[in-house]
Design a protein around this ligand. Structure first.
Ligand SMILES: Cc1cc2nc3c(=O)[nH]c(=O)nc-3n(C[C@H](O)[C@H](O)[C@H](O)COP(=O)(O)OP(=O)(O)OC[C@H]3O[C@@H](n4cnc5c(N)ncnc54)[C@H](O)[C@@H]3O)c2cc1C
Ligand SMILES: *[C@@H]1O[C@H](CO)[C@@H](O)[C@H](O)[C@H]1NC(C)=O
Ligand SMILES: *[C@@H]1O[C@H](CO)[C@@H](O)[C@H](O)[C@H]1NC(C)=O
Ligand SMILES: *[C@@H]1O[C@H](CO)[C@@H](O)[C@H](O)[C@H]1NC(C)=O
Ligand SMILES: *[C@@H]1O[C@H](CO)[C@@H](O)[C@H](O)[C@H]1NC(C)=O
Ligand SMILES: *[C@@H]1O[C@H](CO)[C@@H](O)[C@H](O)[C@H]1NC(C)=O
Ligand SMILES: *[C@@H]1O[C@H](CO)[C@@H](O)[C@H](O)[C@H]1NC(C)=O
Ligand SMILES: *[C@@H]1O[C@H](CO)[C@@H](O)[C@H](O)[C@H]1NC(C)=O
Length: 646
């Protein structure tokens, strides 16, 4: 009976041209007729405005029986996961050995990316359950969801969207959990976990109305490491994140998506030629140049977790595009016995020369990947500075590469930094990143720094802030000097660590896409991040009180203001920025905000999707969280309510 009904409905429902078999498994109207909790959203008037999402304990929260019925409808795909660190706490799950193992591996990205709810930037959960050495403290669900749909079909996602919307339950989406701001979790919520939607199909030739060439279809759970494997298997290049466990179909392309090819092929968002997504009404739609072009525009750069749940995308692919790369480093601290160190003034003079060079990296289609770190001086309480950068240029011979970096080395030599790049330190990689995610290979005369881990390569408790320095900052020696001094002040006086990625995803290099990428991003020369080198919200060893969290956040933002002051009209990369920055609308979306807000209002009339710092997010707030919410720091361990709603 069930089967024949499903079959009949399947025959009557027009079949969307989707990428994967599991996208053909869809929820039908017929199934919803005797089960109002899973009905689709209508075209009609929106029901009464609910002031707050409902949470466990509220009279309207579904009973266990109702959750069990929902689980049956899902075919058993409903999970109720406890926080990853639960074995560290007294109770039935206590397991000393497992806890020790968790503590040892806590900084591993895959531990968290493979878990249904855990995330990298743990502070956003409210740190209510961390891998503690104090088992008598308490572990609560905090900012983590209550229930999770372990999605393996489009139908699972449609059911989750409909159930959450109809019951007024907060809905969140977790893919890999890399988001720095807690956008992939939410307290008291139902989560859609996309991690197991792992399909990938390579199309040697694929044609749409505005594209003809290689393409790859990616399921929502595909990560960068799956992308690298496909590049090797099919002998092609596609745009993937540097961090091997970062998802490609979630935040990466929806927020921007930079890679080693950003100045050569553009951003992740620029590669997408077709999108399939479940929208707030529970329907699976196509968004491309012909169908739903407004949604197609918004999804590509307009921010993740806002317009719908993407099930799969099709992206452009390119012939194998090798990259030539090496790194240089200089320091005021001798990092090896007998090595010579440079003075602080020489160090900063070297930085000035580096900034002067960065636009040339973009012009060559390349990328600089740099850090300015505080380095302890052995045997003292003080520290100096170390600068490391790896410069990579696609489709270049090693000889041409060496000629390209020679003027930079010369100018560094001229200010008193005796750098050379040994011949064997320049490497050419067929695919990038190569098998090992960190590709820093070269050494210089003074240091032998191992591969520099990026911020977020390990699980961290750091709030970051960022800003694009643009071609405007390179317009004259005066503007360049202002940029140089602002960065120096941020590091020297502020005490923060600096991480810059030097690239320019210009419209010309990106193939002139019409998408929602912040216009300032197109003129960026350095995506500059600053962060506190000490852990801010380290719930493992100490709990930082809400007031202190807020004060640290305010301090970082005060330093960031000095960057904003000299970058008028510029912005910040939403995937590696501070969602609580006061001017987030301008910073993340710029002149696109109003149009994006229109798309959001049209496609999500009831506020099904919410993520901090994203379009329309100021209509809601998290109340009762440990971070203090709007008055302090936005952590997810509270109740989502309409601003002004009682
Ligand atoms: C170690 C590390 C390395 C990084 N490297 C890079 C890099 O090289 N380049 C770069 O551009 N960025 C990089 N980032 C930033 C990265 O792009 C963001 O963290 C991004 O949000 C990750 O997306 P995700 O889907 O994997 O993660 P998640 O945290 O799971 O999700 C991020 C956001 O996307 C939403 N989302 C997830 N899946 C979907 C979906 N199917 N439909 C709709 N919304 C969805 C989530 O709800 C959330 O709002 C890095 C971050 C880290 C921690
Ligand atoms: C509801 O309808 C579906 C088919 O559309 C059927 O499989 C299911 O058994 C029905 N459930 C109840 C409780 O009647
Ligand atoms: C959902 O059903 C499956 C299969 O019956 C079961 O294993 C799982 O525990 C259920 N989930 C919840 C949250 O009860
Ligand atoms: C999620 O579903 C997949 C596919 O059915 C299954 O292999 C996996 O074990 C499930 N994950 C969890 C945590 O239950
Ligand atoms: C892979 O692609 C490159 C560039 O298109 C080509 O030169 C090379 O021969 C290809 N290798 C294989 C094994 O097909
Ligand atoms: C590499 O550069 C050559 C010469 O400019 C060009 O013909 C070729 O298309 C480029 N290859 C790729 C993959 O960009
Ligand atoms: C450092 O210099 C001293 C004195 O010249 C020498 O004895 C020692 O071997 C050197 N150490 C290293 C590691 O080169
Ligand atoms: C800018 O500074 C560089 C290096 O000091 C110098 O060569 C150049 O002439 C200056 N340009 C102008 C316009 O002053």
């Amino acid at each position: 009976m069930l089967l024949s009904t499903l079959l009949l409905t399947a025959l009557l429902t027009p079949v969307l041209a989707v990428n994967f078999e599991w996208e053909k498994i869809q929820l039908t109207e017929a199934e919803t007729r005797n089960y109002s909790a899973i009905r689709f959203g209508g075209e009609g008037p929106v029901g009464p405005n609910v002031k707050c999402k409902i949470i466990p304990g509220d009279t309207d929260w579904p009973s266990d029986v109702e959750w069990a019925r929902f689980n049956d409808t899902l075919g058993g795909a409903l999970l109720k996961p406890l926080p990853l660190a639960s074995p560290c706490y007294t109770g039935p799950l206590y397991n000393a050995a497992r806890c020790e193992q968790l503590k040892r591996t806590w900084s591993s990205a895959s531990l968290h990316s493979d878990d249904p709810i855990s995330i990298m930037s743990q502070w956003a959960s409210g740190n209510t359950c961390v891998a503690t050495s104090n088992p008598d403290s308490t572990c609560t669900q905090g900012g983590y969801p209550v229930y999770v749909v372990n999605a393996t079909t489009a139908r699972h996602i449609q059911l989750a969207v409909n159930f959450a919307r109809n019951q007024h339950i907060r809905l969140v989406i977790k893919n890999s959990g890399h988001d720095f701001n807690g956008k992939s979790i939410g307290g008291n919520s139902l989560s859609v976990w996309t991690h197991n939607l792992k399909s990938l199909t390579y199309h040697p030739s694929y044609t749409t109305s505005d594209y003809s060439g290689r393409a790859v279809a990616l399921g929502a759970g595909i990560q960068a490491l799956d992308g690298s494997a496909a590049m090797r298997r099919y002998n092609m290049t596609m745009i993937i994140a540097g961090g091997s466990t970062v998802g490609l179909v979630g935040g990466f392309f929806q927020g921007g998506g930079h890679s080693s090819y950003t100045s050569y092929y553009g951003l992740g968002a620029d590669q997408v030629i077709k999108i399939h997504a479940v929208t707030a009404d529970g329907k699976l739609v196509t968004a491309d140049a012909e169908e739903n072009p407004d949604l197609y525009w918004a999804f590509r750069g307009g921010g993740p977790g806002t317009y719908g749940i993407v099930t799969s995308i099709i992206v452009k692919a390119f012939p194998t595009t090798p990259i030539t790369s090496s790194s240089i480093s200089f320091s005021t601290v001798p990092t090896r016995p007998n090595a010579t160190a440079i003075s602080i003034e020489t160090f900063w003079a070297g930085l000035r020369e580096y900034w002067r060079f960065t636009p040339k990296i973009s012009e060559a289609g390349g990328i600089g990947y740099n850090f300015i770190r505080h380095t302890p001086i052995p045997g003292t309480d003080s520290s100096g500075f170390t600068f490391t950068t790896s410069i990579s240029v696609p489709n270049t011979s090693t000889a041409a590469y060496r000629a390209f970096v020679r003027p930079l080395l010369q100018s560094l030599n001229d200010v008193g930094i005796p750098l050379t790049i040994p011949a064997d330190a320049v490497q050419r990689f067929a695919t990038f990143p190569p098998d090992q995610p960190q590709a820093v290979t070269a050494t210089d005369t003074d240091t032998n720094t191992p591969a520099a881990l990026a911020l977020g390569d390990t699980v961290s408790n750091t709030l970051i802030a960022s800003r694009f320095f643009t071609l405007d900052n390179h317009a004259s020696n005066t503007t360049l000097e202002a940029m140089h001094l602002a960065i120096r002040d941020f590091v020297s006086a502020g005490g923060y660590t600096f991480h810059g990625i030097d690239y320019t995803p210009s419209l010309a290099r990106s193939g002139h896409p019409s998408n929602a990428i912040h216009p300032a991003f197109r003129r960026a020369t350095t995506h500059a991040e600053g962060y506190a080198s000490d852990a801010w919200w380290d719930g493992q060893t100490r709990v930082v009180p809400a007031a202190e969290q807020a004060a640290r956040h305010t301090r970082l933002q005060a330093y960031m203001q000095k960057w904003r002051d000299i970058t008028p009209g510029s912005g910040s990369y939403m995937n590696e920025g501070d969602a609580q920055e006061e001017g987030w609308k301008d910073a993340f979306f710029g002149s696109n905000y109003a149009r994006l807000a229109g798309v959001k209002a049209q496609w999500d009339r009831e506020g099904v999707f919410w993520a901090v710092g994203m379009v329309g997010s100021d209509a809601w707030e998290v109340r009762g969280s440990s971070g203090g919410g709007r008055e302090g720091v936005v952590t997810q361990d509270g109740r989502l309510c309409r601003v002004g709603g009682a």
